[in-house]
Design a protein around this ligand. Structure first.
Ligand code: UTP
Length: 266
């Protein structure tokens, strides 16, 4: 595939506090959906989309991630250190030198997308036509709105939006819509300029949403509302749901699981 995007960044240096105590000694992205670490899904998704050059942003605690990818010979995987967990915006900023002036993609392993078509490939195609940043969007239930980045947007066609602004974790009554930013982004290289202009927000973290918001006030930023199934594996219940959803799609895993669920007489 002659994609305009050659490089991807996977931020994996967060503390994973919602998974304590296991994240005292295991990186959050090494926790499995069924038997596969969530970060492996992210890398496989990139490989399928023709992106072989990947930087994983890690902390000094994430040796298990490096060990896991030691023998991954078909992908070029670099590890970039984020010294302090200063937020997703700061994690992405650490990759500036490695990205080296190009547009690039970011995948968050916490967001598992399962489907026939590739969300990333659709997003790359929107980027190629418009030369803009592209965010993955999904309509979410009201109760999830206060935990996510939410956009105000103008719909262009059935799946494409122009972003007017984004708000990180709004109260439901203040939210401009139910359209949430899900962890797939195509960024133009000037995102680094906007991250550097971003001051630390609540929790003392540099939020990528604030940088995107600043970019969207000055130039076009697009959103792609993807149809594929999405699981939020960033919390224990979501990870369990993803394991069940994944197993149910596999003919050799599904029957035993269905039998077990039926035996619970819910
Ligand atoms: P999250 O905020 O969901 O991850 O960040 P977290 O901080 O690890 O989780 P909790 O809230 O403590 O449970 C989304 C993504 O950004 C990365 C995380 O690893 C995750 O992939 N991240 C976050 C960083 O790489 N560095 C940071 O400083 C913060």
């Amino acid at each position: 595939m002659g994609s305009s995007i050659k490089k991807a960044v996977i931020p994996a240096a967060g503390l994973g506090t919602r998974f304590l105590p296991v994240t005292r000694s295991v990186s959050k992205v090494m926790l499995p959906v069924f038997n596969i670490p969530t970060i492996d899904f992210a890398v496989a998704e990139l490989k399928k989309s023709g992106i072989n050059s990947v930087a994983i942003v890690v902390s000094t605690l994430n040796y298990d991630i490096q060990k896991y990818f030691e023998s991954a010979s078909d992908m070029q995987i670099e590890f970039i250190l984020q010294k302090e967990p200063n937020g997703l915006g700061d994690a992405i900023l650490q990759s500036e030198k490695w990205v080296d002036g190009e547009s690039f993609c970011v995948i968050l392993p916490d967001d598992l997308i399962i489907g026939e078509t590739s969300t990333i490939e659709q997003m790359i195609s929107i980027h190629s036509s418009n030369n803009t940043a592209v965010l993955a969007l999904k309509s979410v239930e009201d109760e999830r709105v206060p935990f996510l980045g939410i956009v105000e947007s103008q719909q262009i066609d059935i799946s494409t939006h122009r972003i007017i602004k984004c708000v990180e974790k709004p109260k439901l009554e203040d939210a401009p819509s139910n359209l949430a930013i899900i962890g797939r982004y195509i960024f133009t290289n000037d995102i680094f300029k906007y991250i550097k202009q971003t001051t630390k927000g609540a929790l003392g973290e540099i939020q990528i949403t604030d940088a995107i918001n600043a970019q969207a006030t000055e130039k076009d930023v697009y959103g792609y509302q993807f149809p594929e199934e999405h699981f939020d594996t960033g919390n224990p219940s979501g990870l369990l749901e993803a394991s069940i959803g994944y197993a149910l799609k596999h003919p050799e895993k599904a029957p035993g699981l269905i039998r077990f669920i039926k035996s619970l007489n819910l």
